[in-house]
Design a binder for this molecule. Structure first.
Ligand SMILES: Nc1nc2c(c(=O)[nH]1)N[C@H]1C(S)=C(S)[C@@H](COP(=O)(O)OP(=O)(O)OC[C@H]3O[C@@H](n4cnc5c(N)ncnc54)[C@H](O)[C@@H]3O)O[C@H]1N2
Ligand code: MOO
Ligand code: MG
Length: 395
């Protein structure tokens, strides 16, 4: 048995670069950017009027002039015009180019217009007021978004504005999710007394969807030759196989033997943690094999802790580690790392973790009452209210 830290290191040593693909930018939310995005021009690209009103030569105002004859109009989206007479003004709209020879914009609210003359109603005007000057935000050539950033709605706007209609992102691994077990029936079926519906595959599909990784699913009964034949084919075809179940000590827990017979190189089997202890991890030249223990919370937490970390490193994404403050004393005697289910809340900017009571790793329903796990270290038995622990969120 190895520790959580050793297991994580072992997994992180087998991360894989799946390469880069080019996709339409609007499809790229949730993907990892694989190129620097550079400003194609200054931001803003011209002296941009930021209020609807009139543009004047500030010197005229400074010299005491308050009435300005309207010489023309500069709408957004039209070529820059010139203020011909420095004692006149031009009506300007938000988003328009500031007319040549003008250097101050006064809002319509501060002006009265009568018979083609704009009368300024305020005493205080500054030069360059209400003008968003060219290049103030970013300069042409500046890196706006660095490579390896997770793309969200904010990045989409920037990609659009620089004309990046096709963008380079990390390719996703090709994943197959496999459930095993004779007791499992489909979601639309009515289980007999000794059966249950499959659920782990669907939580895994959903956990991968959070990472924008598409996946396929399959179910295999506890039949060793069938397992062997199907898994041999999956190992050829997929970058990642995620299994749930059949990795412990039972008479029908065939996966570890099948993996061995199929020459999957075992990196470890069993971790000093709860839940999720009998986790198997191995690889072939072409595939990474995550054998999650079948109890629902074991599968769930191991996917979050191990598959997520493996994926983040594979695609080059750095994820900030979070901690939370325990809100009550917790005792845990076994010499194992304990992933405790908690409900998170925020108090005056501090993240609090309140333990959620469940009935162990088979208590699937308790997952909906919590929204995260906190990681309590092995080797200690008393965890005190007020202490800080790493958090693994799932909602
Ligand atoms: N003698 C021992 N028995 C067990 C040990 C042990 O160390 N010694 N470890 C226990 C722990 S801890 C866990 S976790 C489980 C792991 O079991 P397996 O990985 O072998 O999984 P199964 O036996 O196939 O199933 C366990 C449990 O989970 C349910 N299950 C499985 N797949 C699904 C699914 N897709 N959806 C919903 N539920 C699923 C299954 O019905 C079983 O109830 O072993 C302990 N035993
Ligand atoms: O480790 Mo098992 O995952 O405790 O239920
Ligand atoms: Mg079993």
């Amino acid at each position: 048995m190895i520790s959580v830290e050793e297991a994580k290191n072992s997994i992180l040593n087998t991360t894989q670069n799946f390469g880069v693909e080019e996709i339409p930018f609007i499809k790229s939310v949730g993907r990892i950017l694989k190129e620097d995005i550079v400003a194609d021009r200054d931001f803003p690209p011209f002296n941009r009027v930021s209020m609807d009103g009139i543009a004047i030569d500030f010197n005229a105002f400074k010299n005491g002039q308050r009435a300005f004859k309207i010489e023309g109009i500069q709408p957004a989206g039209s070529k820059q015009i010139t203020l011909q007479n420095s004692e006149n003004c031009i009506e300007v709209m938000t988003g328009a180019v500031l007319p040549k020879n003008a250097n101050s914009v006064i809002r319509y609210e501060d002006v009265e217009i009568e018979n083609g003359i704009a009368n300024i109603q305020i005493d205080k005007v500054n030069d360059f007021q209400n003008i968003h000057t060219k290049g103030k935000d970013r300069k042409q050539g500046d890196v706006l978004i660095h490579k390896n950033k997770l793309i969200s709605a904010a990045e989409i706007g920037v990609l659009a504005t620089v004309g990046k209609s096709i963008v380079k992102v990390a390719k996703q691994p090709k994943v197959m999710i496999i459930s095993t077990g004779d007791e499992l029936v489909g979601v639309d079926e009515t289980p007999l007394e000794y059966q249950i519906r499959r659920s782990n595959v669907f939580t895994l599909v959903s956990l991968l969807e959070r990472l924008n990784i598409p996946s396929e699913t399959a179910h295999i009964t506890d039949d060793k030759p069938v397992l062997k034949q199907k898994i041999a084919a999956y190992l050829q075809e997929y970058d990642v196989l995620l299994f749930s179940g059949a990795v412990s000590k039972g008479k029908f827990d065939f996966l570890p033997e099948v993996f061995e017979e199929l020459q999957v190189q075992k990196l470890f089997h069993k971790i000093t943690q709860r839940p999720g202890k009998p986790f198997f991890y191995g690889k072939t030249d072409t595939s990474n094999v995550f054998g999650f223990p079948g109890n629902p919370i074991s599968t769930f937490v191991n996917c979050l802790v191990y598959f997520y970390s493996w994926y983040y490193k594979s695609v080059g994404l750095k994820v900030e580690e979070e901690t939370a403050i325990l809100t009550e004393d917790v005792a845990f005697k076994p010499n194992l790392t304990y992933f405790l289910q908690v409900k998170l809340s925020d108090k005056f900017g501090h993240l609090l973790a309140s333990p959620i009571k469940g009935n162990g790793s088979g208590d699937l329903a308790s997952l909906v009452n919590a929204d995260a796990f906190i990681q309590l270290p092995k080797g200690e038995t008393e965890f005190k209210k007020g202490e800080n622990f790493p958090v693994i969120r799932y909602s």
